[in-house]
Design a protein around this ligand. Structure first.
Ligand code: ATP
Length: 508
């Protein structure tokens, strides 16, 4: 497992998982591109989500709604009025911080400094998420000590939001050595604004959606009216969302453009508690099954004071990244808040008529809301492994076969004696079913390493024995074990391994 984020970032760049967006122009903060391996990985994760939550269930249907919607949607949802993070600006360096991620290390210094001048209690600010709220950077602490003497006691750590406004002027911001440069927290709307049509005026303002969920609520009546669903049922959607995050950071974890995988599950009010408990467990199980098996994954219930006013229960699925514990997905019991809001703002009746009980009611909703990019990042961190093979260190990505970008690689041992031809034929055959790659360049050991680093679970090698009995070797990524199977049966053998019907054989 990964300890140092920089190692993963460089592997992602080097092997074509993730690139900074528009890099040739210096990039753009908060935007990322998925390269040839990354797009396969992320697509496999989204496909696994869609298959497990939509296709395999009888109580779920899918949706693909537009990114730009009638702006009234965002008034109803509360995003126009309230979707804002309080932010703090540094007047000196022009840096901008999310106020809820800013902490102040409050030191009490001796009454006089080393020059004998009187001092007072001084403070130093440090940005960081709750998970990251670590220590004041050493350099800064040393500078403070030099300026004001040794602090009398360890600092108390105060969230900036809770700081007495009168003390703000004493704070030294994270990016400066001067005090009093941080502003009071100010609301900052996170929605990207644009204009629909030729005229750039207020009446043509529209927004890039900050979540896919509202597209689901806005289509609730359409889906019910098509007559194929009965409560309890869910509507699922995967799609891009946009938030003008104040402080994009931690690689793809907090981006300004990202993809969500959201479910709105509609049920009778009295059954909401049960469905909430079900989805809370079910969504956790999904990550474990796909490979997040370490104790870095956890389920955390929100305390009462963390809940949105309309929610009776919320839980986060969290992962311990190298930069701290952070949210992958939230599961919330949202009551009838969303449908009621849209009824109020649209004037349309969004209640549901239960044919069996002859009853009309506004359904309650349980929302499991996940991020495809954060899931991808967690799977990458979990898979990252360095071990030793034959006295040499190797880096491998231990992806579950379901999400591995490349399922198998086919190699001719050497580029002669008809091996490339036989290998190519097997490659063509496998390619009809799986994403496989072909490589005939370089030493075989190097080719294995390249595939290990891409997370390819199996390699198929055609060697001189193949030419006499048409058997090939299959090599397992994690154990490096090899065993022989009939060349004609390699597709079936690989299928069994990838689908978990067979386990890698103990080989010589
Ligand atoms: P955070 O507190 O980290 O900003 P949030 O609680 O605002 O997240 P939600 O509004 O609950 O997030 O969004 C649901 C999911 O969408 C999150 O669990 C996350 O996986 C994903 N998500 C939200 N914001 C971002 C972002 N800026 N970049 C990547 N994924 C995101």
């Amino acid at each position: 497992m990964l300890e140092d984020m920089d190692k993963l970032v460089s592997l992602c760049k080097r092997r074509g998982f993730v690139f900074p967006s528009s890099e040739i122009y210096g990039g753009i903060n908060g935007f990322w591109d998925y390269g040839p391996l990354g797009v396969e990985l992320k697509r496999n994760i989204k496909d696994a989500w869609w298959r497990d939550n939509v296709r395999m269930r009888d109580d779920m249907v899918g949706l693909d709604s537009s990114i730009i919607m009638n702006p009234r949607v965002w008034e109803a949802s509360g995003h126009v009025g309230g979707f804002s993070d309080p932010m703090v600006d540094c007047r000196g360096t022009k840096e901008r911080y999310r106020a809820d991620q800013l902490f102040v290390f409050a030191y009490v210094f001796p009454a006089v400094n080393h020059k004998g001048e009187p001092t007072e209690a001084w403070l130093a600010g440090l940005g960081g998420t709750a998970g990251e709220a670590g220590e004041l950077p050493e350099k800064k602490a040393a500078k403070l000590a030099k300026r004001f003497g040794q602090p009398a006691a360890p600092p108390s750590i105060i969230p900036y939001m809770q700081l007495d406004p009168n003390d703000r002027d004493k704070v030294i911001g994270p990016s400066t050595d001067d005090r009093g440069t941080l502003t009071a927290p100010r609301a900052f709307n996170l929605m990207f604004k644009t204009f629909v049509g030729a005229l750039e005026n207020e009446s043509n303002v529209a927004y890039l959606r900050p979540e896919t969920a509202q597209g689901i609520f806005a289509n609730f009546k359409n889906v019910v009216d098509t007559g194929r669903v009965k409560i309890p049922f869910g509507i699922a959607q995967i799609g891009k969302s946009f938030r003008n995050e104040i402080n994009p950071r931690n690689f793809t974890f907090r981006s300004r453009e990202f993809e969500q995988m959201e479910i709105e599950f509609f049920c009778r009010p009295e059954e909401a508690k049960e469905w909430y408990a079900y989805w809370r467990q079910e969504r956790f199980r999904w990550y474990v099954e796909l490979g997040l098996q370490s104790d870095r994954l956890r389920l955390r219930d929100h305390d009462a004071d963390e809940l949105a006013f309309y929610s009776t229960a919320t839980a986060d699925i969290e992962y311990t990244f190298p930069f701290g514990i952070s949210e992958l997905e939230g599961i919330a019991d949202r009551g009838d808040y969303d449908l009621s809001q849209h009824m109020k703002y649209s004037g349309k009746d969004l209640s549901y008529f239960d044919e069996d009980r002859k009853e009309r009611f506004v359904p309650h909703v349980v929302e499991p809301s996940a991020g495809a990019d954060r899931a991808t990042l967690a799977f990458l961190c979990e898979a990252y492994t360095v071990d030793e093979v034959g006295g040499e260190s190797r880096t491998l990505l231990k992806f579950h076969p379901r999400i591995a970008p490349i399922k198998a690689a086919v190699f001719p041992l050497v580029k002669r004696d008809g091996m490339p031809e036989r290998a190519e034929a097997i490659y063509r055959e496998l390619k009809r079913h799986y994403n496989v790659s072909y490589d005939e360049k370089g030493a075989i050991g190097r080719r294995y390493r390249r595939q290990d680093e891409a997370g390819t679970p199996f390699c198929v090698t055609i060697d001189s024995q193949t030419l006499t009995d048409d058997t090939v070797t299959i090599r397992d990524r994690d154990s490096c074990r090899q065993w022989r199977v009939a060349g004609a049966g390699v597709g079936a053998a690989l299928g069994d391994l990838l689908e978990g019907r067979a386990v890698p054989e103990a080989g010589p």
